[in-house]
Write a protein that binds this ligand. Structure first.
Ligand SMILES: Nc1ncnc2c1ncn2[C@@H]1O[C@H](COP(=O)(O)OP(=O)(O)OP(=O)(O)O)[C@@H](O)[C@H]1O
Ligand SMILES: [Mg+2]
Length: 309
């Protein structure tokens, strides 16, 4: 059994078809990323999984429980960090957490212990008595994550947990997510940050305009693209400008871009054409220093899928 199974989810808002037949799994113990641009349907998908929103068609389970038929079990299984975290600014950190813990019927003694342990885990042990409104965004986000954890759910669903944070705070939060994953939590994270997806996720589903375009390990998705990708960076001693025309005129060269005084990127129809390019450059007097094949990154996979080739 997978931690999450989404099957053929569709959702319309008036004339807007926000989700079209969305299916994917989240395996137990993994960090899965839903990666897509603004308006792709990430939040709509996770709101359906948490039971906040009803799909028009399709079904989904979390830890084997049907999101439509078993709302109480679903609440117990999922820790949800919404896009805009809902904390009470005028309550203290501890009061906020205790409030949510009671909503989830966590026994008082257990709740106290959990709040203490979780605050220690996120480095906020000494801030329990402070008003949430007085904390920085990064610290608020840590409290919001703890809030999603007070009932000790096996699955964490985080909607853009670092989108509003500075790079250092975002890195802290990513570290925390990894730690929670190591401690046994399955994580589904929505993001449009490619570096975050690559750094954090075991697998990702790329979603755009309500459709899942690809699912796989970041490395696998990149590998699929490698076969059809033939870009090389050529660097020379001294300026390369005057040789660009030479390269452009050769057969099999699709594109030439100067990327620095002494460097150019060439895109070829077939990677074998690189030998002819280098031979011609040397014949024309260019002192070639280095030729490097550019491997595609997740960014390129993403751009191709989202924007087309
Ligand atoms: N309650 C709603 N009423 C009307 N349209 C909605 C509603 N919620 C979402 N939409 C539309 O559905 C589409 C998907 O929105 P969604 O919020 O799921 O995208 P997202 O991937 O989370 O985007 P973002 O990265 O900006 O958070 C968008 O076109 C959005 O405008
Ligand atoms: Mg969203």
């Amino acid at each position: 059994m997978n931690a999450v199974e989404a099957r053929g989810l569709s959702k319309r808002f008036g004339p807007k078809l926000a989700l079209k037949d969305v299916s994917f799994d989240v395996r137990k113990g993994e960090i899965m990323g839903l990666l897509g641009p603004n308006g792709a349907g990430k939040t709509t998908t996770v709101r359906i999984l948490t039971g906040i929103l009803r799909p028009d068609s399709g079904s989904a389970t979390v830890m084997g429980h049907d999101v439509l038929e078993e709302p109480l079990e679903i609440r117990r299984c999922i820790g949800y960090l919404p896009e805009t975290p809902c904390l009470y600014e005028r309550l203290t950190v501890e009061e906020n957490l205790a409030f949510y813990g009671r909503l989830y019927d966590v026994p008082e003694e257990e709740l106290r212990r959990r709040i203490r342990d979780l605050l220690a885990l996120v480095g906020l042990k000494d801030r329990a008595g402070e008003k949430v409104g007085a904390l920085s965004k990064g610290l608020k986000q840590r409290v919001a994550i703890v809030r999603a954890l007070v009932h000790d759910p096996p699955v964490l669903i985080l909607d853009q947990p670092t989108s509003d944070l500075d790079p250092a705070s975002a890195k802290d939060i990513r570290g925390l997510i990894k730690e929670l994953n190591r401690s046994g939590k399955t994580v589904l994270i929505c993001t449009h940050n490619l570096t975050e997806a690559e750094e954090l996720c075991d697998r990702i589903a790329i979603i755009n305009e309500g459709c899942v375009l690809a699912v796989g390990k970041p490395g696998e998705l990149v590998k699929d693209l490698e076969g059809s990708h033939h870009s090389f960076e050529i660097s020379s001693f001294g300026s390369i400008s005057k040789y660009l025309k030479v390269i452009e005129g050769l057969g099999g060269v699709l594109e030439v871009k100067q990327v620095g005084e002494d460097r150019a990127v060439v895109v070829l129809e077939d990677r074998k054409a690189i030998s002819a390019v280098v031979r011609e450059l040397i014949l024309k007097g260019c002192d070639v220093l280095e030729v490097r094949m550019l491997r595609p990154g997740l960014e390129e996979v993403y751009m191709r899928l989202v924007r087309g080739p």
